[in-house]
Write a protein that binds this ligand. Structure first.
Ligand code: ADP
Length: 201
């Protein structure tokens, strides 16, 4: 099998801070943050794919698996081609991928997850509040409506959470997502530095 991309999955319900933490970690040497939601949001809204994204995300639903995987693979291949990502020395931090068991299966020959950072929270209402604030700040249409947010949690429970069972139990590292950005960053950093060291030793 061709070399698979070595990666760490950033995993957890919407609003738990995968994107915030992923961006911070991605600034470190040897880590490249790839957020599927950002790839979708960068699409031209009048393109076919851009329109499809708006159709599904405005309902809090997942974009169909095959389209998502195709777009994602092209994006990562583009990063490698441009030299932004070097598979021989960088760990990919995957944010929002895979988000369904079918996606995990489609990526089995493509990615090699070395750890799964699982952001945990007890307080869903606190998450909903975080997401509403973010929607205002960032102009995110999908999180402005509380019903859509609640639907995103249902989709997470029904479609995304089962992805954890697709992988070896030993890969998961639970990180408490409550606390300041800096606190959580320290926890995640401590968890993934050794993973990077082992990956390319
Ligand atoms: P958050 O960071 O709040 O968890 P994202 O920005 O990752 O949310 O995702 C926003 C929307 O983009 C999702 O609700 C979904 O419609 C779409 N999306 C993101 N990742 C995927 C994926 N792996 N498969 C299908 N759709 C996705």
């Amino acid at each position: 099998m061709a070399d698979r991309y070595k990666c760490v999955l950033l995993f957890g319900a919407p609003g738990t801070g995968k994107g915030t933490q992923g961006k911070l970690l991605g600034e470190r040497d040897g880590f490249v943050h790839v957020a599927t939601g950002d790839i979708f949001r960068s699409l031209d809204k009048s393109s076919e794919m851009g329109r499809k994204f708006l159709h599904y995300s405005s309902r809090g639903e997942l974009v169909p698996d095959d389209l998502t995987i195709e777009l994602w693979k092209d994006f990562v291949a583009g990063l490698a081609k441009a030299g932004t990502y070097d598979p021989a020395r960088d760990l990919l931090l995957l944010d929002g991928m895979p988000r369904s068991v079918a996606q995990a299966e489609m990526l089995d020959g493509v990615i090699e997850p070395l750890a799964i950072i699982h952001f945990t929270v007890d307080d869903i209402d606190a998450m909903v509040q975080r997401m509403k604030l973010r929607a205002e700040k960032e102009g995110r249409h999908d999180d402005a409506d509380e019903n859509v947010i609640r639907n995103r949690f249902d989709v997470y429970r029904n479609e995304t959470a089962p992805v954890l069972d697709h992988y070896d139990k030993g890969l998961a590292i639970d990180i408490d997502a409550m606390g300041t950005i800096e606190d959580v960053h320290e926890r995640v950093k401590a968890a993934i530095e050794p993973v990077h060291q082992r990956a390319f030793a």
